[in-house]
Ligand binder design. Structure first.
Ligand code: CXF
Ligand code: ZN
Length: 383
């Protein structure tokens, strides 16, 4: 039993008071977990584009004032009365995609879209019982994606935490909580890339580099990496890109360049940004019978137009959240793969900084200067 169990905890958090405002470092109050919840001490939390999009309110999943952050690793501080599968001191990742293990999707081996993920708009920012666990100066703070990891302590439903190997470094494995797994799983679980394939990955941020890593693990022969930031070439090659293309260096649309370079199109393409024109380009770059996966998340309300003949000629347009992984089944194995050096994680992390620098990390990400920033609350943890 921890000394804080059952009590309200006062701790540091980055609060997004309103759309487009810089986050503000505050002392907040965090309630104890209710019966099927877990209170986690966050040790490391990654900065994902979805957090930046949350701040800008271009996704439908945010209600202000909010505690953003969803990609994190931490230690269980206390558990609710009905929680049996977590104990104080367990090392966990928080995951935006619930895994209730009871709904039809969770029971199916081929689907990961837990029905708890389908939050009606009136429930945005609330935990599953329709209430919140955080306040600042008497004001209610809303949760983000059920996780809110830009707080030193957070309360999460038991379906949104996964127990992992205690020997694994929390700062490194925190990034398996969203971006890396989202990219890495897409060639493995969503498209099931075949050995010898030709693949193209559009957008070489964390998700795109994760997808490159997945293509390589599946035995792809040729992996095109596409990004308008020329500085991405070097890191992309370390992850397995064989051919780097910068659309700004070409007169023709990039899908035509790909069709020419491959003699007819790619077997698999992955759009890892969420821009409608790029989504079109990715389906256009597939050969007949090829597959294109939507992995990046477009802003709310964006639509794509496409030529139906692309699909009549046997192309498959697919997509999915969290790389098709089922969190409780797959995440412990991903952590173990990292420990056994079967997957890279360190190479994604460009900078590790205190939570106080959260706004700086958002700016660096938007400017394309970093791949992944990991934030921490206690300087002693990773020094
Ligand atoms: C997002 C995808 C859209 C729903 C919220 C989470 N994934 C990762 O950032
Ligand atoms: Zn994310």
């Amino acid at each position: 039993m921890s000394s804080t169990e059952g009590k309200v905890i006062k701790c540091k958090a980055a609060v997004a008071w309103a759309k487009d405002q810089p986050l503000s470092i505050e002392e907040i109050e965090v309630d104890p977990p209710k019966s099927r919840e877990v209170r986690v001490k966050i040790r490391a939390t990654g900065v994902c584009h979805t957090d930046v999009s949350g701040k800008r309110a271009i996704l439908p999943f945010v209600r202000f004032p909010a505690v953003l952050g969803h990609e994190a690793a931490g230690v269980v501080e206390s558990v609710g009365s009905a929680v049996t599968s977590f104990h104080v001191g367990d090392h966990v990742l928080t995951i935006f995609l619930p895994h209730c293990q009871q709904c039809p999707a969770c029971k199916s081996p081929d689907q990961n879209l837990c029905e708890k993920f389908m939050v009606p708009s009136e429930s945005v920012g609330l935990l599953f019982d329709g209430t919140t666990r955080m306040r600042c100066n008497g004001k209610t703070l809303y949760h983000f994606l059920g996780t809110s990891t830009y707080s030193e302590y957070t309360v999460v439903d038991e379906s949104q935490v996964v127990k992992v190997n205690k020997a694994a470094p929390l700062d490194k494995i925190s990034i398996l909580s969203c971006g890396v797994a989202t990219g890495y799983g897409s060639p493995i679980k969503i498209c099931k890339v075949k050995p010898g394939s030709t693949c193209a990955v559009f957008g070489l941020g964390t998700v795109g580099l994760g997808a490159v890593m997945g293509c390589r693990v599946q035995g792809a022969k040729r992996i095109f990496g596409i990004d308008i930031n020329k500085d991405k070439e070097e890191i992309a090659r370390t992850f397995g890109v064989t051919d780097f293309l910068n659309p700004n260096d070409h007169q023709k649309p990039i899908h035509e360049v790909l069709i020419e370079a491959t003699g007819g199109g790619c077997d698999f393409t992955f759009e890892c940004i969420g821009i409608p024109e790029v989504l079109q380009s990715a389906i256009n770059a597939c050969k007949t019978g090829g597959q294109s996966a939507i992995v990046g998340v477009p802003a709310e309300g964006k639509t794509v137009t496409f030529d139906p003949y692309k699909l009549l000629y046997g192309r498959v347009w697919t997509g999915g959240f969290y790389g098709g992984f089922k969190p409780k089944n797959d995440v412990p194995g991903l952590v173990d793969d990292y420990m056994q050096k079967k997957i890279m994680l360190d190479e994604f992390i460009s900078t590790t900084m205190p939570i106080d620098d959260v706004n700086k990390s958002f700016d660096l990400l938007l400017q394309g200067k970093i791949v992944k920033a990991v934030l921490y609350f206690n300087s002693g943890d990773f020094k």
